[in-house]
Write a protein that binds this ligand. Structure first.
Ligand code: NAP
Length: 312
């Protein structure tokens, strides 16, 4: 049976083409008159393809009465109302694991780039300051530092195992103590007090909204560094900007922001930050693997098999 599927974006051209094979695929983002389409077709849509960025807006969800499954490109689920999906019996799959390595690599990259001031160093060379002014000021070593991880899940654990060979000690904060060798903190401020480098790898959403606040940043201290590959919402961004401006913390390496892509312009004026455009999973290899997993989840639903990577 050919089922109607609504895609809210082009996940990757080759994988969107695969979705179109065997489905009546509609590209919602390309529709000129979205409401007309929903009025005529809304009750025929059985599956939605979306991403961790777009989710499925509430008003759209309400106009898809026969929706059975959402396959999302990405692992973040803060954009979804999981309870509402459960209440309606709508299944949700995400794309965990296949992006873990690249996201963890990005955290490590931002950690080194922030402590070793890679962006300033690059400018020092390009701009001719090296020749004009001599050597750049010394930077800070990663070796010997205490690395505090907020959310020791798939990505958090991959960050820890990559950081250990650099000579750091690892501690973590989360909802539960894990069976790992790293030191567990049941309080975020206590972890920040202990840490030199605080890495955020927990989910976004209501439970973590603004948990890295002024008190946590103060506890991290003036030599401390924040690395965020989780979600911008996890940090109280104004508090972070103030802390960076006033030297309450030493620096930050950020892949995610509160208001993407129109980030707070104050960040661009700071020379103690390394900024990255939410690209932690943004390699050709990983995005292809994510695309394939979206296709595979939809195939599983088509064949009435269990979803491969269900969240709901
Ligand atoms: P995961 O395996 O589910 O790990 C999440 C971890 O966060 C778990 O250890 C969990 O603890 C912990 N956690 C959950 N709620 C928490 C809370 N309220 N306070 C503190 N810790 C909490 O997920 P993952 O695959 O590692 O992904 C983690 C997050 O990274 C995603 O949700 C997404 O937002 C972000 N991400 C960002 C990018 C990017 O491009 N920058 C890409 C992928 C993912 P328990 O184990 O005790 O439940």
């Amino acid at each position: 049976m050919i089922r109607s599927v609504l895609a809210l974006l082009d996940i990757r051209p080759a994988y969107t083409a695969m979705l179109a094979e065997g489905h009546d695929l509609h590209r919602y983002d390309l529709l000129a008159d979205k409401q007309k389409f929903l009025d005529e077709m809304g009750d025929q849509i059985r599956a939605v393809v979306t991403s961790a960025r777009f989710g499925v807006p509430e008003d759209l969800l309400a106009q898809l009465p026969n929706l059975e499954v959402i396959t999302s490109f990405g692992v973040g689920h803060d954009v979804f109302d999981l309870k509402a999906l459960r209440d309606r019996g709508i299944r949700l799959s995400t794309t965990p694991d296949v992006l873990t390595d690249d996201v963890a690599d990005t955290a490590i990259m931002l950690m080194h780039a922030t402590l070793r001031q890679l962006v300033l160093g690059d400018d020092w060379v390009r701009s001719g300051k090296w020749a004009a002014k001599g050597p750049m000021a010394l930077t800070r070593s990663v070796r010997g530092k205490k690395l505090g991880i907020v959310g020791l899940g798939r990505i958090g654990q991959a960050i820890a195992s990559r950081a250990m060979p650099s000579g750091v000690e690892v501690g973590y904060f989360g909802r539960s103590k894990k069976d790992v060798e790293y030191r567990f903190f049941d309080d975020l401020t206590a972890l920040a007090t202990w840490s030199d480098i605080l890495v955020l790898s927990c989910p976004g959403g209501a439970a973590t909204n603004g948990i890295v606040n002024e008190a946590v940043l103060k506890a991290l201290g003036k030599d401390g560094v924040v690395i965020n590959i989780a979600r911008g919402s996890v940090i109280d961004e104004l508090a972070l900007i103030r802390a960076l401006q006033q030297g309450l913390v030493a620096g930050a390496g950020l892949d995610v922001f509160e208001n993407e892509p129109d980030i707070d312009p104050a960040f661009a004026k700071l020379d103690n930050v390394v900024l990255y455009p939410h690209l932690a999973s943004g390699t050709v290899e990983t995005r292809d693997a994510m695309g394939q997993l979206v296709v595979d989840n939809l195939d599983a639903w088509d064949e009435r098999r269990e979803l491969i990577t269900p969240l709901v």
